[in-house]
Design a protein around this ligand. Structure first.
Ligand code: CP
Ligand code: NVA
Length: 307
């Protein structure tokens, strides 16, 4: 995978996804090399971040490298300077670019013009690094991903899209319950259906959160109002009112089901304290696994290819 970009989970084959997850698990267990010494990673963020920014920064340092953080107010991606020029300039200084953007298209353009790997640190459409950490967490908790029943409750957003793609690639049974008008994008549904057919997994889109949660091994939710959608906050609150993950909804899942959330959470909206602070919640393991999954991604894309 050396030299490749990671713009979407859908760019990975099932074998590559498995390689990232098994490398992450191995490095978490056995420790990691310092083979990125002398390399620099640019962290280019158009939106705020805690987990993604810090975990990439720490992962790069643990591997012997450095990072440079660049905020949108400094760089003016596409405003002060065309995206293609930013990509070409950064490629002369750094060995990799991690970018969080509004438009997925900005990432596609960065990747097209950069001569170094570009990694999607979340866009309006996808969040592949989150899905890698999530699948690593499922693997740890459930002994694997194949055959596991994953229910996503709520918005068919960036987190849902990447999780659906990754789950289907890895052979899980993925069900998503969203209100009409807030489903996964058509293009993503077609990809996920194809991945599920090839892997022996399955993909279901339903309206009822109860139907999705029934018998699930994993119940996952994310915010109803993502970064950049703040103007639609009230409208979204009412559209998703029936989609809160409550103890009653968790009770429909398997007794050993885990509750997952990528964080930050809006308590009292998509879920409640009783669930997120309860014994089934693995949300801080997910947050920790961002570090382990991204360490593997950095080694596989920027390293010498021996990992
Ligand atoms: N889950 C996640 O990506 O968190 P941040 O927005 O804080 O990076
Ligand atoms: N869907 C959320 C995820 C945050 C990590 C957002 O885009 O704001």
């Amino acid at each position: 995978m050396r030299g490749r970009d990671l713009i979407s989970i859908a760019d990975l084959s099932a074998n590559e996804l498995e390689a990232v997850l098994s490398t992450a698990a191995r490095l978490k267990r056995d420790g990691y090399p310092h083979t990125l010494e002398g390399q620099t990673l640019a962290l280019l963020f158009e939106k705020p971040s805690l987990r993604t920014r810090v975990s990439f920064d720490v992962a790069m340092q643990q591997l012997g490298g450095h990072t440079v953080y660049l905020s949108q107010s400094e760089v003016g991606l596409g405003q002060r300077e065309p995206v293609a020029d930013v990509a070409r300039v950064l490629s002369r200084y750094v060995q990799g670019i991690v970018a969080r953007t509004y438009a997925q298209e900005t990432l596609v353009q960065l990747a097209e013009h950069a001569s170094v790997p570009v990694i999607n640190a979340l866009s309006d459409d996808e969040h592949p690094c989150q899905a890698l950490a999530d699948l690593l967490t499922v693997r740890e908790r459930k002994g694997g991903v194949r055959g596991i029943r994953i229910a996503f409750i709520g918005d068919g957003n960036n987190v849902a899209a990447s999780l659906a793609q990754g789950s289907a690639l890895a052979g899980a049974h993925f069900a998503i319950a969203s209100p009409p008008g807030y489903r996964l994008r058509e293009e993503v549904m077609l990809q996920v259906e194809a991945f599920a057919r090839a892997s022996g997994g399955s993909f279901r889109v339903v309206e009822s959160p109860q139907e999705a949660a029934a018998g699930a091994d994993v119940v996952y939710t994310d915010v109803w109002t993502s970064m950049g959608q703040e103007d639609a906050y009230e409208q979204r609150l009412s559209a998703f009112a029936a989609y809160q993950v409550t103890p009653q909804l968790m009770a429909l899942a398997r007794p050993d089901a885990i509750f997952m959330h990528d964080l930050p959470a809006h308590r009292g909206e998509e879920t409640v304290d009783e669930v997120i602070e309860g014994p089934q919640s693995v949300v801080f393991d997910q947050a920790e696994n961002r570090l382990h999954a991204q360490r593997a991604v950095l080694l596989l894309l920027l390293g010498e290819g021996r990992e």
